[in-house]
Design a protein around this ligand. Structure first.
Ligand SMILES: NC(=O)c1ccc[n+]([C@@H]2O[C@H](COP(=O)([O-])OP(=O)(O)OC[C@H]3O[C@@H](n4cnc5c(N)ncnc54)[C@H](OP(=O)(O)O)[C@@H]3O)[C@@H](O)[C@H]2O)c1
Length: 270
């Protein structure tokens, strides 16, 4: 059934797979107008065809979010097509699960560029339009790993904590401007970013246990809900908020819990 939403213009970075593609399919059902941005053109063409078939409209803008000119082009192409921008879903991201000692310096910079600097630059690039419109919603896809840092994901944690901090500061900076800023913090979701999670979701023998694994369609539904009802932060699955509270109030207990469940696997990868 169609949700009672008026058709919005939404830019989705990282729309070629995983959460971004699932959100595109979900919003298409509400007839939304979507700018699909990522590097893999063939995958964007595929997602755009699905969007059109589901009742949405899609504009493909091949974009590498590490390149500021390409970000500007993505914004301008959206304005040329639809004249305004309601939502920026700052979703493009990469993972790199390995201990810091084994992480190549160029991988560190690349991950920070994509997961943090590009999020800031996309938000900055869309702001003049939203301020002129006196409306808009910037949704930054962070992670529960941006609230509870996990071993074996040091750079990822640094970038996602950065996204949460950036979102808080920007929201406070824009207070009173009619522009919403949200941090979206999902837990484990089986997508291409983490082949282990896909293996679990596909029921591969020997795959490690990950509690709270969520289908990507559920995650997309929650982002659609966030677009309808903007709020400061959304953590899913909601039950994981308890871990966030423990990590904040009792970091020593969090060290022990995380060490028990995750460190063994991380050590195995060293
Ligand atoms: N899956 C999880 O468990 C999980 C949990 C918490 C948060 N997240 C976050 O959710 C977001 C989406 O990830 P996902 O799980 O859906 O993984 P995914 O399927 O690997 O999707 C990542 C997306 O980012 C795009 N991307 C990567 N580098 C880019 C670049 N330089 N320029 C433009 N686009 C780029 C990829 O497209 P191209 O390669 O085509 O450019 C792809 O569309 C990420 O920010 C991730 O950190 C995921």
């Amino acid at each position: 059934m169609k949700e009672p939403t008026n058709s919005k213009v939404v830019i989705i970075t990282g729309a070629s797979s995983g959460i971004g593609a699932a959100v595109a399919r979900r919003l298409a059902r509400d007839g939304m107008h979507l700018t699909l941005a990522a590097r893999r053109l063939d995958r964007l063409v595929q997602v755009a065809a699905e969007v059109e078939a589901l009742g949405g409209e899609a504009l493909i803008v091949q974009t590498d979010v590490r390149n500021r000119d390409e970000i500007e082009k993505m914004i301008q192409a959206t304005l040329d097509r639809w004249g305004h921008i309601d939502v920026l879903l700052n979703n493009a991201g990469v993972g790199n699960d390995r201990p810091l000692i084994r992480t190549k310096p160029e991988k560190i910079r690349d991950q920070i560029n994509i997961n943090l600097i590009a999020v800031i630059e996309c938000a900055k690039a869309v702001l003049p339009t939203m301020l002129r419109q006196k409306s808009g919603h910037i949704i930054n896809v962070a992670s529960i790993a941006g609230l509870v840092a996990l071993p074996g994901s040091t750079i990822y944690a640094a970038t996602k904590f950065g996204v949460n901090g950036f979102s808080d500061a920007l929201r406070r900076e824009l207070r009173g401007s009619e522009i919403h800023v949200s941090a979206f913090c999902p837990g484990f979701t089986p997508t291409e970013i983490n082949p282990e999670l896909k293996a679990i979701a596909d029921g591969k023998p020997g795959a490690p246990h990950r509690p709270g694994l969520m289908p990507v369609t559920y995650v997309a539904d929650q982002i659609a809900r966030l677009i309808r009802h903007p709020r400061r932060q959304m953590i899913i699955p909601p039950s994981w908020k308890i871990l966030v509270i423990i990590a904040f109030l009792f970091p020593g207990i969090a060290d022990k819990l995380i060490g028990f469940f995750i460190s063994k696997e991380t050590k195995g990868k060293e």
